[in-house]
Ligand binder design. Structure first.
Ligand code: PEP
Ligand code: MN
Length: 269
């Protein structure tokens, strides 16, 4: 089955990128925005090495209520400054429908996190928006449930959904999650949506992220989303899986080589 494929246009600063048109998009940034310097330095480093869209958490859905919950409004001020200074865009996770209005002017794309894939009230509100939605797969969701969640956004009026495989919970505990490449390529071949892969959450340990990122690239999907931090040991969330600037640069060199073996190349703005 080869359904008609959606091509999603994303405004990133004054430029536009397309996902699903055969180009390869890299989205990168910290798990959480922690300070102006942390976010600005990370943004500069990832853009220099080929990222065309930033990521960064503002409100964090943490398993423990005692863990860092994100800087909230303070992070939004940082986002506004940094995206303006670097003329770029960002995807931010929306954790509650009440945040949509405030986030709208700041984001190039809304991100729905794994823990919210089944939040139909949130999906219905995002269906009323004209900006793209990056829909992460629930860590215990069937592919059919993930596709149904995308339909909530599409059928109620927003055709712009990008699916993101971010690892699932299996019986295996040696890594944080199990990156489900099967389902990613299944979704790419059997749905109209572009598919990107998140190897950072997918494996959860930084020294394995580059290998999974390259495997994901070789799979033939539309891009990657990855966590990068100036000093992963000091990160307030997900430091275990964050790449350093140097790791990221090295990985992007290899990613370019894998893409070129497949007659593809990194997206440019
Ligand atoms: C994140 O992107 O930082 C995040 C929380 O991801 P997920 O929703 O996939 O756990
Ligand atoms: Mn994270």
């Amino acid at each position: 089955m080869s359904p008609e494929k959606h091509i999603i246009e994303i405004q990133t600063g004054s430029k536009k990128i397309k996902v699903g048109d055969g180009s390869f998009t890299v989205i990168a940034g910290p798990c959480s925005i922690e300070s102006y310097n942390q976010f600005f330095s990370t943004a500069k480093a990832v853009i220099k090495n080929g990222a065309t869209l930033l990521r960064g958490g503002v409100w964090k859905l943490r398993t423990s209520s005692k863990s860092f919950q994100g800087l909230g409004n303070e992070a939004l001020d940082i986002v506004q400054k940094v995206t303006k200074e670097l003329d770029t865009g960002i995807t931010i996770e929306v954790t509650d429908p009440r945040q949509i209005e405030e986030l709208y002017p700041m984001v190039s794309m809304f991100q729905v996190g794994s823990r919210n894939m089944h939040n139909y009230a949130l999906l219905k509100e995002l269906a009323k928006q004209d900006k793209p939605v990056l829909l992460k797969r629930g860590f215990a969701a069937l592919v059919s449930e993930w596709i149904n969640a995308a339909d909530y956004v599409n059928q109620e009026g927003n055709p712009k959904v990008i699916l993101c495989e971010r690892g699932i919970r299996t019986f295996e505990t040696s890594t944080r999650n199990t990156l489900d490449l099967n389902s990613a390529i299944y979704a790419k071949k059997n749905t109209p949506h572009p598919v990107i892969i998140d190897p950072s959450h997918g494996v959860g340990v930084s020294h394995l992220v580059p290998d999974l990122a390259l495997a994901a690239t070789a799979l033939g999907i539309d891009g990657l989303i990855m966590e990068v931090h100036p000093n992963p040991k000091e990160a307030l969330s997900d430091g275990m899986q964050a790449l350093t600037f140097e790791n990221f640069e090295h990985l992007m060199t290899k990613t370019t080589k894998v893409l070129s073996a497949l007659d593809r190349s990194l997206q440019r703005t």
